[in-house]
Ligand binder design. Structure first.
Ligand code: XMP
Length: 520
């Protein structure tokens, strides 16, 4: 594992993603983790992230020199680079001016490890106040820039490297090569983080965890739970039962489609369809607070799974050797864990239904084979497992469904309204060929807002719906998608004409951050 030490960077997750793109497994840990604990994990290499501090500030996160003396290859980025210089006796100067944005490198040493085979004219993304003006003893300066007299250095013997810029962001033209050079040439790591290896490793771990017991898997119709189910199916065969809960918060015709697609996707695992529509709607009556909704939905899911569990146990009541039904398989991803406050020091932004939304008194043991993966990795694993494109490339849809896309109380009438508007949006997006380009396009009903309109010479007093089309790589950050005005016009016309009760269509033009993708 390559550990990314997070010094408070906006980009720490992104660094881990880029490392994995170079086929090396990587995780993020807070920089405050004691050095002994970090080294105990026997990291294959360390990457020190950037961060907002100056090495001279009181209370700035410190780099423990022990990490540089352990013989583990190290790459420092930005603040991490300056920390190395500071710790090993180099000179870090307060320049007083910030260098921010794109810069071209100068005097690049092309037979260095990081720049092997590259030439001078590479553009890099800088964002720093202090600058390294003198490299520590034993280091060679391998690049400079106008604002950074030492823009990169390396000590091949100790295998310690650093760059002042951010190779992980797309604006750095050769950034991925620089990272790959560190991993493969500097640290000598192989490329063994591949979908096929993830499958072998996970199947092994699932067998170990579940043993002889039986498991049920909550299937949502999305790629995550389908891939989780397929992995567990491969590991324990027909001791897995999939449970699809129709909570009444799905989109138009979705439940039927999921039942149909299921057969192909999990190689014949058993599927139980549960109709819990009334149950969920009753539990949500009168509730408007987003976190309360999420908690209620999370709890309802678990209670429904418990009932399914009891049914499965009852079926095999005659068989004294029937294994326990003890595990609940979920398609929880790495970003869900981080955003539900699972990562150390991260704020609880919202309780994703399958992580923070779980009740405390849950009796299942959880099996979450995708907990370390990003969405694109899940898709690669799904393809490798032979799941159909229709499932692998399905756009994300949140577990709490339309329940968190109705701002205000969730009622049957409001769900019906939103379903009809959403179906139009999805049909038009598909017709425009945008399904793979757009990450997803939530349609949100502002159920407590009404505005005046005019239609067919009459006054209307209806609700607005919001279109929230976004592009994203992993849902951790997102940008609003620039849909063509023709497409927007078509969607707007159709919704206001075809959905009685909606008289206004508005477009959300907020990126994430500061907005989140879903409105609740
Ligand atoms: P946010 O709104 O947090 O969404 O920016 C990030 C991504 O996660 C999806 N999402 C969820 N998925 N259970 C899920 O399975 C949830 O509770 C949940 N909440 C949000 C959202 O659709 C987006 O893709």
């Amino acid at each position: 594992t390559v550990l990314v030490l997070d010094f408070g960077a906006q980009y720490a997750q992104l660094i881990a993603r880029r490392v994995r793109e170079a086929n090396v497994y990587s995780e993020v840990v807070p920089a405050s983790t004691p050095a002994a604990e970090i080294l105990e994990r026997r990291p294959a290499a360390l990457i020190l992230s950037g961060g907002p501090s100056s090495v001279y500030e009181d209370g700035a996160p410190r780099l423990d020199p022990a990490l540089l003396e352990a013989g583990v290859p190290v790459l420092g980025l930005c603040y991490g680079f300056q920390s190395i210089a500071h710790a090993l006796g180099g000179v870090v100067a307060k320049t007083g001016t910030r260098e921010y944005g794109s810069t071209t490198l100068e005097s690049l040493v092309s037979d260095s490890v990081l720049f092997d085979g590259q030439d001078d004219d590479q553009v890099v993304w800088m964002s720093h106040g202090d600058a390294v003006t003198g490299a520590p003893e034993g280091f060679t300066v391998t690049a400079t820039s106008s604002g950074a007299p030492v823009a990169a250095f390396e000590d091949r013997e100790r295998r310690i490297f650093g760059v002042q810029w951010h190779p992980e962001v797309g604006h750095s033209t050769r950034g991925q090569e620089v990272l790959a050079n560190f991993l493969h040439k500097g640290a000598g790591l192989g490329s063994d983080w591949t979908a096929a290896n993830v499958i072998d490793e996970q199947v092994e771990l699932i067998r170990e965890q579940i043993g002889d017991a039986r498991a049920i898997c909550g299937l949502s119709g999305g790629v995550d739970s389908a891939v989780a189910a397929a992995l567990v199916q491969r590991a324990i065969g027909d001791r897995l039962t999939c449970v699809y809960v129709d909570h009444g918060l799905m989109r138009q015709d979705e439940s039927a489609q999921i039942e149909k697609a299921f057969g192909e996707s999990t190689g014949g695992a058993r599927l139980v369809m549960v109709d819990a529509r009334e149950d969920f709607l009753n539990a949500l009556a009168g509730v408007t607070d987003p976190e309360a909704k999420r908690k209620i939905i999370g709890e309802r899911f678990i209670r429904t799974f418990e009932k399914a569990q009891a049914d499965i146990i009852a079926e095999s009541a005659d068989d004294p050797n029937a294994p326990e039904v003890r595990f609940l398989v979920q398609g929880t991803l790495y970003p869900d864990v981080v955003e539900s406050g699972g990562g150390d020091g991260t704020a609880n932004i919202k309780s994703h239904h399958n992580v923070g939304g779980l009740p405390d008194d849950i009796e299942f043991e959880l099996c979450e084979p995708l907990r370390a993966l990003f969405k694109d990795e899940v898709r690669a694993v799904g393809s490798e497992l032979g799941l159909p494109d229709e499932i692998v490339w399905r756009q994300p849809f949140p577990g709490p469904g339309l329940g968190i896309r109705i701002i205000g109380e969730v009622t049957a009438e409001r769900l019906d309204l939103l379903r009809r508007a959403d179906a139009i949006v999805r049909a038009e997006m598909t017709a425009a060929g945008l399904d793979r380009q757009i990450w997803q396009c939530p349609v949100v009903l502002l159920a407590d807002v009404r505005s005046v309109g005019v239609q067919g010479d009459g006054r209307t007093y209806g609700h607005p719906v919001v279109l929230r089309p976004v592009t994203s790589e992993d849902a951790m950050t997102a940008d609003w998608a620039r849909l063509s005005s023709d497409l927007l016009a078509r969607i707007s016309n159709r919704i206001t004409n075809e959905v009685d009760g909606v008289n206004r269509v508005v477009l959300d033009v907020t990126s994430k951050p500061p907005g989140t993708i879903e409105w609740e």
